[in-house]
Design a protein around this ligand. Structure first.
Ligand SMILES: [Zn+2]
Ligand SMILES: [Zn+2]
Length: 534
């Protein structure tokens, strides 16, 4: 015991504790709400209940929290609620083929929302959700985001789990020893400016708006378990605590009115502000409270914070530093069209490179129409060849059923009625097929109209006869008929393989997407006016 105390005293002397946060004057000229995003509870791999988390948030002075338990789109999110005076917004962390994607404000989905990131991103948007790429640059490859062409709404510029993973073991041990004395300051001491992630974000926002949020990735557990384990068992300690996570850094959303008592209305207000990018991050363990005003009145950009000295305001245009000015304010005429954003540094900041105390979202000084998705090629096709006449066939495993029907041959719609075999997900497979000979050669895309008996995904596939290799593009269908174009250059190999070569494929398949369709499901879908074009 004495030895332990001595050891502790020695460590205390040898390892000075991180300084407590600078206490700054509050400045509340505009209604803001302080909140934390990316939180796991005991519903997935966190250690605390919703009440535990809300209680910790209240103690840390937060106004809202966004819970993001792992799950799929079919769990109906809990309605927003006030617990311990904190607005609790329930969201979900989805697992796509290219990394984790958090959906906020999502309606209950008709299917799980798994598979390719580009499809999950599209489905989250269709269902009214706001989607955030989680821990994009995790040092753990399976957690990293791998589809930077996907049209996601937002990404984490800072993720606490990523930040702590990259520290050297010795620093982590030192942090563990300091943690009991100054938890939040110790956690902040492990933060470094995530250069790579910010560079990526800057590149994206030269083409289109992308919001950034800070992800606490709070679990309040550390121990011997796999991040993606299903059972969430194993030994763990409740470190870092939810409260320490919330005191380390948090987001501020700028609101049109203060939060009140109507949880549903207040959640809409917060989520709308996130969508607009009316949100900045502050590392409270360096200095608190934190206020940033960043406005553009015509071309005049003004930045102001509540820290009056001991730091620098950095204004970036299209990722590059445009101006730096000592605290507390900076005013500049914008030199032209661009994406402008702010980082505020305090001299006391930890990290190598130092972590900014505040990171804003951008002000976009851009011309009309900038940032809208690059239009699909709207030139009318010069060559169109109808393939609606088939011949059509079905393909399926032994346990599933499939019937094809075409009234008004050869131009009428063709309908596949199917039932996937029940039981466990194994080899269930049911598809509508059509032999196309060499018809895809030197063509650019497939075009057709389609609808289905229920919201579902269909994998449009092309198959090569000798190798059996397939390429696919997933499409969304529901009861409303829609015109669909499948560009060949968007088709990707099923499994691994070379890029798609239309000249080598002789069969098209419309396959019920079993990633998102449960065994035992019955339904039908209809394809009309199938043609290949250039
Ligand atoms: Zn994750
Ligand atoms: Zn997570």
């Amino acid at each position: 015991m004495a030895a332990a105390v001595l050891a502790a005293a020695f460590l205390f002397a040898a390892l000075p504790l991180p300084s407590p946060p600078l206490a700054l004057p509050a400045d509340s000229s505009r209604p803001t709400a302080r909140g934390s995003f990316h939180i796991h509870t005991s519903r997935s791999d966190g250690s605390g209940s919703t009440d535990d988390v809300a209680g910790a948030a209240a103690r840390a002075g937060l106004n809202f929290i966004i819970l993001t338990d792992h799950g799929d789109g079919m769990r109906k999110p809990d309605a927003p609620q006030y617990r311990a005076g904190v607005l609790v917004i329930d969201a979900v962390e989805l697992s796509t083929d290219a990394g984790h994607y958090i959906a906020i404000g999502l309606a209950q989905a008709p299917y799980p929302l798994r598979g390719e990131a580009r499809d999950v991103v599209a489905d989250v948007r269709r269902l009214g959700g706001f989607g955030v790429v989680a821990h994009p640059d995790s040092s753990k490859p399976s957690l990293r985001w791998r589809d930077w062409d996907a049209d996601f709404d937002a990404m984490e510029w800072l993720n606490a789990d990523t930040e702590w993973r990259d520290e050297r073991r010795g620093l982590l041990v030192r942090a563990l020893l300091r943690y009991p004395f100054r938890p939040a300051e110790t956690l902040a001491s492990l933060l470094d400016r995530p250069d790579a992630t910010l560079t990526r974000w800057d590149a994206l926002t030269e083409r289109r708006p992308v919001v950034v949020l800070a992800g606490a990735d709070a679990h309040a557990r550390a121990g011997w378990m796999d991040d993606d384990a299903n059972g969430y068992r194993g030994w763990f300690v409740k470190i870092p605590s939810y409260e320490a996570s919330f005191r380390t850094f948090a987001m501020r959303v700028t609101l049109d009115r203060p939060l009140g008592t109507d949880a549903a209305a207040d959640a809409r207000l917060v989520i709308d502000a996130l969508r607009r990018g009316a949100v900045y991050t502050a590392v409270d363990a360096i200095a608190s409270p934190a206020t940033l005003e960043f406005t553009a009145v015509s071309r005049t950009l003004t930045v102001r914070t509540n820290a009056s000295s001991g730091g620098t305001i950095v204004l970036r245009k299209d990722g590059r530093i445009l101006a730096q000015q000592p605290l507390p304010a900076l005013t500049i005429e914008a030199p032209g069209e661009g994406t402008y954003r702010v980082e505020v540094y305090l001299d006391a900041a930890p990290g190598n490179p130092p972590i900014p105390w505040i990171v804003s979202n951008p002000v976009y000084l851009r011309s009309d129409g900038w940032g809208s998705p690059s239009p699909v090629d709207l030139r009318p096709p010069t060559i169109t060849r109808s393939m609606q006449g088939g011949p059509w066939h079905t393909e399926k495993d032994d346990g599933s059923t499939a019937q094809v029907r075409q009234d008004n041959y050869p131009t009428g719609p063709v309908e596949l009625t199917f039932r996937l075999a029940g039981g466990d997900r194994t080899v269930q497979y049911t598809a509508l097929g059509i032999g196309v000979g060499k018809a895809l050669t030197e063509r650019r895309h497939l075009a057709f109209a389609a609808r289905a008996s229920r919201p579902m995904r269909i994998s449009v596939q092309a198959r090569q006869p000798q190798s059996g290799d397939r390429w696919q593009r997933s499409i969304y269908l529901d009861s409303e008929s829609r015109d669909i174009i499948v560009p060949f250059d968007e088709m990707t190999p099923v499994g691994s393989g070379p890029p798609f070569n239309p000249a080598l494929a002789d069969t098209l398949l419309f396959v019920v997407d079993t990633t998102n369709t449960a065994p035992g499901t019955e339904g039908s879908f209809t394809i009309e006016n199938l043609r290949v074009e250039r």
